[in-house]
Ligand binder design. Sequence first.
Ligand SMILES: C[S@@+](CC[C@H](N)C(=O)[O-])C[C@H]1O[C@@H](n2cnc3c(N)ncnc32)[C@H](O)[C@@H]1O
Length: 249
Amino acid sequence: MSRVFLAGAGPGNPDLLTVRALRLLQISTVILHDSLVSEEILALANPAAQLIDVGKRCGRHSATQDEICALLVQEALASDGIVLRLKGGDPMIFGRATEEMQALEAAGIAYEIVPGITAALAASASLKRSLTQRLVSRAVHFVAGHAADGSIPGHDFAALAQKGGTLAVYMGAQSFGGFAAHLVEGGLDPATPALAIENVSRPDERIINSTAGSLPGALREAGEGPVLILVGDALAKRHPASLLAEAFA
Ligand SMILES: C[S@@+](CC[C@H](N)C(=O)[O-])C[C@H]1O[C@@H](n2cnc3c(N)ncnc32)[C@H](O)[C@@H]1O
């Protein structure tokens, strides 16, 4: 029977693959990848590997999750080599890994997980701004910007709006107007720094530097690529003395 790996490909730049993911790319016989995995990364694959694009991009599903799970199991049972399920970023962060692990377990197929660099961490590095900061941000929340039906998720927005943390909003570009309004209703200062980073780590990376109140309008500049949104005082380039004073109070 084949060996199955659910691996993260990171945000798109091949330099940000883990060594383990690169090794697996080079020796796998079947690679099922989603559309967030860049062409540059797929070019590193074993030339003899069968590449299967399951083309799943938030809001634009070309295969349903059930179909992907069924295909993964089918390929694993049919192959005696290495089957690589390659996902953008980290497989365990908004990656539907749970469904795929359950499908493999139900079919009695052994698998391993290979972590990848998730978009929020790559964005933090590109921006040169830390998501945590002494006295300013003691927590990071990874949050979904939209629910399965495209609506705003039922987060506890008052809790998310509390000072002292950074929000990393995935899949939020389309719905950020409503999302930000909920945050402001929950107590977030609309002047709080908010940045959108499109195509993090890729040659066409684009940064929109704004505030929670203004980012929904500024997001009209964003293109078709994946967009990660970061919100929080730690993202301010320089922290005004008043902010530190407030933190000490
Ligand atoms: C289904 S989630 C997958 C997240 C992925 N597993 C990860 O750990 O980064 C897709 C969302 O991740 C974010 N994302 C993934 N790759 C990105 C990139 N290169 N640049 C910006 N955002 C990215 C976007 O918010 C996108 O809508």
